[in-house]
Ligand binder design. Structure first.
Ligand code: F6P
Length: 364
């Protein structure tokens, strides 16, 4: 097999702290350990469709380890197989995968590193069937990519959300209020569970365990009876009542992740106040969770993923995704992340641990 000389890299989907750490790790290892050239595509697969990007030099990635966001830009709207050239004309769609293959060949790339969540990794798997040699790196603050126990970005977002819970605690205590913090996570409850446990939340509502309003209100009343006149609820944007649906903020036609959730905390806070008579407020943490520099854990994980991705390429192992399994860095087939999001098991250790502390999940 031909020795690798040139690789491409793209960052796709919603941004997450640690993307720049991966770009840095890939470029430095590719140049330092192998003498390869690295082409950075702008704005995820859009850059591959149009060819927009640049050859990345050592200096381009020097000093970006601690920076949030991505120097390459990203988007979670563009799917090369259902592509919109101009978002002002969203109905003019086409299959642009041929353009991707053409630009990959025009740049004489030997392989591509795709850094993204399940949408980007699924597209990458489809592109690999058209002849591109790809290694995927799993990213998302949601921690829901199938095939890996950790994605980079999650630890930083969980830290941000936990700090928010800590701040809500002091004001909830002073005003004797119920305070809801809505966190992201799509259909998975990892962020709510992680920050809820780390912040000492009283009620944690996650998509995997539908809630009943009565149970939440009873947990709040029980705390009042014990002299605790405030309660903290951490609610995942994808949480839903038993027999009910999620609250949708926006639908982005054609996007690999079309449904954008948000707003459950507003609905629930009104219901709780009406039912309990206790003043109830909500905060939607939103994109603060995705912003800022990566935590030391995420810098480390992103760097491990980057060097392992380059190692796979050097060994001519393609169409794999780097991952963490049983605490060790490894790789799985690129077909795995597209299967379904990795959700919390309702009887997992973390949920049992929270229940044993008296945390209410709204189901009992
Ligand atoms: O997948 C990452 C994520 O931040 C989700 O937690 C959230 O539901 C979604 O992206 C929000 O997307 P957008 O930035 O397009 O609103």
């Amino acid at each position: 097999m031909k020795r690798i000389q040139r690789i491409g890299i793209l960052t796709g989907g919603g941004d997450a702290p640690g993307l720049n750490a991966v770009v840095r790790g890939i470029v430095k290892t590719a140049i330092h350990a192998h003498g390869w050239q690295v082409y950075g595509f702008y704005d995820a697969f859009r850059g591959l469709v149009t060819g927009a990007g640049r050859w990345l030099k050592w200096d381009d990635v020097s000093g970006i380890l601690t920076q949030g966001g991505t120097i390459l830009g990203t988007t979670n709207r563009d799917n090369p197989f259902d592509y919109v050239d101009d978002h002002r004309c969203p109905d003019k769609r086409r299959d642009a995968s041929g353009d991707v293959v053409r630009n990959y060949r025009k740049l004489k790339l030997d392989a591509l590193v795709a850094v993204g969540g399940d949408g980007t990794l699924q597209c990458s798997h489809k592109m690999s069937k058209l002849g591109l040699r790809i290694v995927g790196v799993p990213k998302t603050i949601d921690n829901d990519v199938r095939g890996t126990e950790w994605t980079f970005g999650y630890n930083t977002a969980m830290t941000t959300a936990t700090e928010a819970v800590d701040k809500l605690h002091t004001t909830a205590f002073s005003h004797h209020r119920v305070m809801l913090l809505e966190v992201m996570g799509r259909t998975a409850g990892w962020l709510a569970l992680g920050s809820g446990i780390a912040g000492g939340g009283d009620v944690i509502l996650i998509p995997e365990i539908p809630y009943q309003l009565d149970n939440i209100c009873e947990a709040i009343h029980a705390r009042c009876r014990r002299g605790r006149r405030f309660s903290i609820i951490v609610v995942s944007e994808g949480a839903k009542p038993v027999g009910g649906g999620v609250v949708i903020r926006q639908t982005v036609a054609g996007s690999p992740e079309a449904v954008r959730l948000g707003g459950i905390s507003a609905v629930l806070s009104q219901q709780i106040e009406d039912r309990t008579g206790i003043e109830t407020r909500y905060t939607i943490l939103g994109h603060l969770q995705r912003g800022g520099g990566p935590s030391p854990f995420d810098r480390y994980l992103a760097t491990q993923f980057a060097t392992s991705a380059v190692e796979l390429l050097a060994q001519n192992k393609f169409n794999r995704m780097v991952c963490v399994q049983q605490g060790r860095i490894g790789s799985v087939s690129l077909s795995v992340p597209g299967q379904a999001p990795r959700l919390l098991e309702p009887d997992s250790h973390a949920i049992r641990m929270a229940r044993s502390l008296g945390v209410c999940f709204g189901d009992e």
